[in-house]
Design a protein around this ligand. Sequence first.
Ligand code: SAM
Length: 256
Amino acid sequence: MIKELWQYMSSSNALPVAKKMGFLKEAVSMTARAKRCHEAWGAHYQNCQKVILNAAKRAVQNRTVLILGAGSLADVPLEVLASRFEKVILVDLVFLKAARQQAANFANVVLVEQDVTESLSWLQAGKTLVQKPSAWLDDPTIDLVVSLNLITQLPLIPVRWLMKHYDLPEIEADIVGKQLIFAHLRYLQSFNGEVCLIADRMDIEFDIFGEELDRFDPWWDVEPPKSEATWEWELMPLGEVSESKGQKNMVGVSML
Ligand SMILES: C[S@@+](CC[C@H](N)C(=O)[O-])C[C@H]1O[C@@H](n2cnc3c(N)ncnc32)[C@H](O)[C@@H]1O
C-alpha cells in the first residue's frame, strides 16, 4: 500500500487528464496486481511477446515499430524490438518509473504519454465527442503497429467518468463505449504497415470448481476481427478479488 502510494506520488509529471480521470491510479493498482498474480500472468505475457516477435518478422522493413498500450512493458519484447527496428515508439497514457527506466536502456526507444483515442479532453469535460484518431498516420516509416491489450480498456474509465460526473444515461454511455472501440479499430486499419491487434475477446467468471458463472463481451457488441490465435489469461485467480469467484479472459490475436 505504501509502495503504491509512493508510486502515485512520484508520478507528478503524469498527464493531467490521466491523473484526474484515474488512469494513473489504475496503472499503479495494475502493477501491484501483476506482482501478486505473477504466476498466473506469466504465460499471457510470454504469449504476447511471442506474437509481437512473429508480427515483427512479417514487417516488410524494420524502420519504426509503434506499440500502443505499452504500459508496464511486461508484454513487450523490448530488447529484440530495439535491436531489430531503427526506432521503437511506446505509447500509453501512463508510464511508471520502472517502465521509464527500462526504456532508458535503449537509445532508439521513445516513450510517448498520449491519449490514443484523442477524445479524452472532450469526455473529461462531459462532451460525448469521440474523435477519429490520426496520430502517426502520416509517418511513412511505421512498418509495424501493435495494439496491446488496449482496445477493450479504452471505454472503461471514460464511460464510468461520464456516468459518475455527468449523469450520462446508460444507453448513451453504451454508445460512447462502442464508438471508442470502433474508432480505435478504424484507426489501426488506416496504417500502411503490418498491424497486430492483441485483445481480450471474452471475459469469463468462474467459481471455486472452475465452473463458468457468467461471461461478458468486452467489445461492447462491436464485431471483433477474426482471431488467428487465442489463449486464456487468468486475470483474477481465485482469492485476488473474491474467494468464491475468479475471472479469466480469452485473448485473441488478429493481423489487420
Ligand atoms: C490492460 S493495460 C495493458 C498495458 C500493458 N500492455 C501491460 O500489460 O502492462 C491497458 C493500458 O491501456 C492504457 N490506456 C487506457 N486508455 C488509454 C488511452 N486513451 N490512451 C493511451 N493508453 C491508454 C492504460 O494506461 C494501460 O496501460
